[in-house]
Design a protein around this ligand. Structure first.
Ligand SMILES: Cc1ncc(COP(=O)(O)O)c(C=O)c1O
Length: 366
């Protein structure tokens, strides 16, 4: 633990010293399901395995990820310069935050949202402004727009939101964009967009070219099942993405990742068949949770949010006892990914037991 170590001999930034290093959840025991990282439960497609096997190892990768960038540009109907590929969309988030915000600047986002946001803002030297979600766990975009100050450089909108699974509607987003000054960079984090079935949800792909301050962020980690290879991308105005490219660590998108992403795009219909299976498992779990009386928000992602509040630690122990390794987020709730079919009954047996043992989770006060 960092806290128990002696003070470093050198002068490090105090805000960095106060920040905990990223810690991954414990590995799942052999008989448990790892449902803590919103991963795709399916094995990679054979074409992806072949693409990875063909990747160069002794040579550096193509720094510009040319083929993948071209392919994505074609797909979104934009120029190559309006696409930027990174080693996971989290790395592009870091690049854009660093490019736009430094000491004295503010980065605005909802809370709870993606756990990485606070750390990325701290590393940039900027200040986080967190706007609480609404009681129904959705972003409060009106409050977010009101929280913009002349120091705001970046606003992040996460839809579907990690960890609550809720979406922002197209209408809400349009009103937000109209209210936010054009010199504030808006990042639409759509890591889970492929799982969305609600037609009212915003879809960044339909907004390209409409706003000079909007960048959308997507990933191959979730629906496309390439989390282990680290590849994501941004689409938006070229000059903004050039600034991200300027802050990027060169050559971090490896050849295997570039090739695998292209192979996955070549087999998109098979990928989307798998997404449909995950979506149907998600909806089944959601409906049965409603039947158990759980106030779980409707999820448009590949995970569900249990707002267990102060009972979070105790509820998480019950999930673990049922062989479900979930993501417990201190004093707020538990996020459970939709994974293998065999995990469904375990999740529902655990949720039933939690509701029996800790009945206040069914009627949270906040
Ligand atoms: C909301 C959100 N954005 C971005 C990411 C980053 O994904 P990756 O870096 O694997 O592309 C995640 C991953 O969990 C996420 O939940």
């Amino acid at each position: 633990m960092t806290d128990s170590l002696p003070e470093p001999a050198v002068r490090l930034r105090p805000e960095i010293l106060a920040t905990a290093p990223y810690r991954q959840g414990k590995p799942a025991p052999a008989d448990a399901f790892k449902l803590s990282s919103n991963e795709n439960p399916f094995d990679p497609l054979p074409a992806v395995v072949e693409a990875v096997a063909a990747a160069a190892v002794n040579r550096y990768p193509d720094a510009a990820a040319t083929l993948l960038t071209e392919r994505l540009a074609e797909r979104f109907g934009v120029s190559r310069g309006e696409v930027h590929v990174g080693s996971g969309s989290v790395s592009i988030l870091a690049q854009l935050i660093q490019a736009a915000a430094g000491p004295g600047d503010e980065v605005l986002y909802s809370w709870r949202s993606f756990e990485a946001y606070p750390g990325l803002v701290t590393v940039a030297g900027a200040t986080s402004v967190m706007v609480p979600n609404l009681p129904d766990h959705r972003h409060d975009l009106t409050a977010m727009a009101e929280a913009v100050t002349d120091r705001t450089r970046v606003a992040i909108v996460c839809t579907p939101n990690n960890p609550t699974g809720t979406i922002v509607t197209g209408e809400e987003f349009a009103a937000f964009m109209a209210a936010v000054p054009k010199d504030v960079l808006v990042l639409l984090d759509e890591a889970y967009v492929e799982f969305v079935t609600d037609p009212a949800a915003v879809n960044g792909a339909e907004l390209l070219g409409r706003y000079p301050n909007l960048v959308i962020l997507r990933t191959f980690s979730k629906a496309f099942g390439l989390a282990g290879l680290r590849v994501g991308y941004a689409v938006g105005p070229e000059r903004i993405l050039d600034a991200a490219r300027a802050t990027a660590i060169p050559l971090s998108v490896i050849d295997a990742a570039q090739r695998a992403a292209l192979a996955a795009l070549d087999h998109e219909s098979e990928i989307m068949d798998r997404v449909a299976i995950i979506v149907s498992r998600r909806d089944e779990i959601f409906e049965r949770l409603q039947g158990q009386g759980w106030p779980v928000p409707r999820s448009e992602s590949n995970f569900l949010w249990f707002p267990t509040g102060p009972d979070t630690a105790a509820a998480n122990e019950i999930f673990l006892a049922h062989g479900v390794v979930a993501r417990a987020l201190a004093a707020d709730g538990i996020r459970v990914s939709v994974g293998e079919a065999e995990a469904i009954e375990r999740i529902l047996a655990a949720s039933e037991e939690i509701a029996r043992a800790l009945p206040s989770v069914l009627a949270p006060s906040a």
